[in-house]
Design a binder for this molecule. Structure first.
Ligand code: SAH
Ligand code: AVI
Length: 335
């Protein structure tokens, strides 16, 4: 046990329950009511997400893993030697395992995830498989003001953000998020990011409405979590999962729909629900390759490579920050 513990180190900067309560009260005071998707990922939610990735309808994970496998050689050549991998929203670490196998030059791996349970199980497994690498976990909200641990080495960095998790931000927030990382990193560093592609609406619809109802359970679990952690009394089984593709915005929108009119109390605050009223729990934006590259450029990144799976369902992009003091990667005195 001690030996296992010593193989990785976790810095716990998880949001506190009062911060979660504040976000819940703020979100439910908006019209329409909303809850931030980061609340999905308690221990149970992380397991349910893993189960989603195994559903036949949820093509995203398999498509991205296919790409990761077939780009082993070009990726190894593009990525600096040695390199520190910094992964945002690492989840179960299944894709990290592929990356660590493909990138022997990755001497240090830093995982940043809001779910402490997911971090422990991923880092425990990875650190037992890759004995000669350094493993650090940071349990934190990467959307809040966030700094990298001071203890990480000075090697060039590869920021890794997979699963199309960027799509859970609205495009302006996504741009701001990418801008923040472009400013934090240097022009020797790089970003490897997975982005789900726009496609036929029915494929997207089924991916977020799987036949076994795992996505529905994942969606409803957020209410069970709020009941437990914020002292609320949501009648969880009286909310239905609803996910639809909103083509005009290029996004999946996921809601919880109240079956009847009722009141919910949360830590002494009361919220009225009408019959059929919806809580927005998640957007999942889809991009074309050109749309994503244009967003990334506006955020200070130069696209260097992009790969897709054989069905063109998913894209994986490799980018570098613009050198400091340049615009669009061109020195200002050259413009
Ligand atoms: N990268 C994995 C997991 C994607 S699921 C994959 O591609 O399969 C999204 C992951 O991001 C979860 O592990 C979740 O806990 C984490 N996450 C979501 N919002 C977050 C936030 N604001 N800060 C840190 N981690 C977050
Ligand atoms: C983590 N994120 C990219 C997933 C997605 O597809 O937007 C979360 C998810 N929501 C429902 N199914 C999966």
């Amino acid at each position: 046990m001690n030996q296992e513990r010593s193989r990785y180190h976790i810095i716990d900067r998880q949001p506190k329950s009062e911060d979660i309560l504040t976000e819940v009260l703020d979100g439910l005071s908006q019209r329409p009511k909303r809850l931030p998707p980061k609340l999905f990922y308690d221990a149970q939610g992380s397991l349910l997400f893993e189960a989603i990735t195994k559903q036949p309808e949820y093509y995203l994970t398999r498509a991205e893993q296919t790409i990761l496998d077939y780009i082993q050689e070009p990726l190894q050549a593009l990525v600096p030697h040695p390199v520190t991998l910094i992964e945002l929203g690492s989840g179960s670490g299944a894709k990290t395992r592929q990356l660590l196998r493909h990138l022997p030059q990755a001497t240090t791996y830093v995982a940043i995830d809001i779910s402490l349970d997911a971090l422990h199980s991923a880092l425990s497994a990875l650190s037992q498989e890759f004995l000669h690498r350094q493993f650090i976990g940071v349990a934190a909200d990467y959307g809040a003001a966030f700094s990298l641990p001071q203890t990480i080495d000075k090697n060039p960095k590869l920021l890794v953000y997979l699963g199309s998790t960027l799509g859970n931000f609205d495009p302006p927030e996504a741009q701001e998020f990418l801008e923040r990382w472009a400013q934090t990193l240097s022009s020797c560093d790089a970003l490897l990011i997975g982005i789900d592609l726009k496609k036929q609406a029915s494929i997207l619809h089924h991916a977020y409405n799987d036949a076994k109802g795992i996505t529905a359970a994942f969606n409803r679990n957020v209410l069970a979590r709020i009941n437990r952690e914020c002292g609320a009394n949501f009648p969880v089984n009286h909310f239905s999962h609803h996910a639809e593709y909103q083509a005009q915005n290029g996004r999946i929108a996921m809601y919880l729909v109240s079956h009847y009119a009722h009141r919910v109390s949360i830590a002494g605050h009361e919220f009225v629900f009408e019959q059929g009223e919806r809580i927005l729990t998640e957007y999942s934006y889809k991009y074309t390759i050109t749309e994503f590259q244009s967003l990334a450029r506006q955020a200070g990144w130069i696209p260097l490579a992009v790969w897709t799976d054989p069905r063109n369902a998913f894209s994986l992009h490799y980018l570098r920050p613009f050198p400091k003091g340049t615009k669009d990667g061109i020195h200002e005195n050259e413009i």
